[in-house]
Design a protein around this ligand. Structure first.
Ligand code: COA
Length: 169
């Protein structure tokens, strides 16, 4: 399988915040943002693998900034590293200022998707080659995030999480 670049999977979803999608403070409801991010990440994983993909884990979400009713929100997702059957997807969330049109970063998240066949069995995906400095940083940190996710899910023993342990040595 030919290696791909993050730009091959880059997925951009832009949408408004409507009244039915807000919390009592009239800001975007967290679950609605999670769903938008899951959709964008799922499309990115599918573009990279060209297979059926399922969400395996949500490794990190930071709701750094509230997003008010009426905002224009852009969710940008791209594969940051591919392993055997799993892919890490990095998601950046931007909000557009109504008057200036300037975008500011509101949130970020990291999801893991797995490519599967029709029976739900994991299948191999193409490798990912990062191109920019940011893509390389995300690529290099992805292995320890995978190990952390597997340790927390009880699927890896902490002693085997070599990359993760190296952080504390
Ligand atoms: C995701 C799923 C396919 C993994 O199945 P599994 O039996 O754990 O399969 P494996 O052990 O072979 O793991 C497959 C890959 O997923 C990765 N993986 C599994 N659980 C993970 C987790 N919690 N975090 C990160 N990666 C994980 C494994 O490391 C492996 O990656 P690799 O092949 O790139 O090395 C399976 O758990 C599943 O189908 N879950 C339901 C998915 C779903 O329905 N999602 C929608 C949410 S409702």
């Amino acid at each position: 399988m030919q290696a791909k670049n993050p730009k091959d999977s880059r997925t951009i979803l832009t949408d408004l915040v409507l009244p039915s999608e807000t919390n009592p403070l009239n800001n975007l409801f967290g679950g609605e943002l999670l769903a938008r991010m899951d959709r964008a990440a799922s499309i990115a994983a599918r573009r990279h693998s060209r297979r059926i993909v399922v969400t395996a884990s949500v490794n990190h979400v930071a709701f750094n900034k509230a997003i008010p009713l009426g905002s224009v929100v852009t969710v940008e997702a791209a594969v940051s590293r591919a392993f055997k059957s799993s892919m890490e997807i990095f998601i950046d969330v931007w909000v557009e200022d109504r008057e200036s049109g300037k975008r500011s970063r509101a949130n970020e998240a990291i999801y893991t998707f797995v490519a599967v066949d029709e029976t739900g069995t994991p299948v191999s995906v193409p490798e990912l080659t990062p191109e920019t400095k940011l893509e390389t940083e995300r690529y290099e940190a992805a292995l320890r995030r995978k190990q952390l996710s597997l340790v927390l899910a009880g699927k890896m023993k902490p002693k085997d999480a070599t990359e993760l342990k190296a952080l504390f040595e």
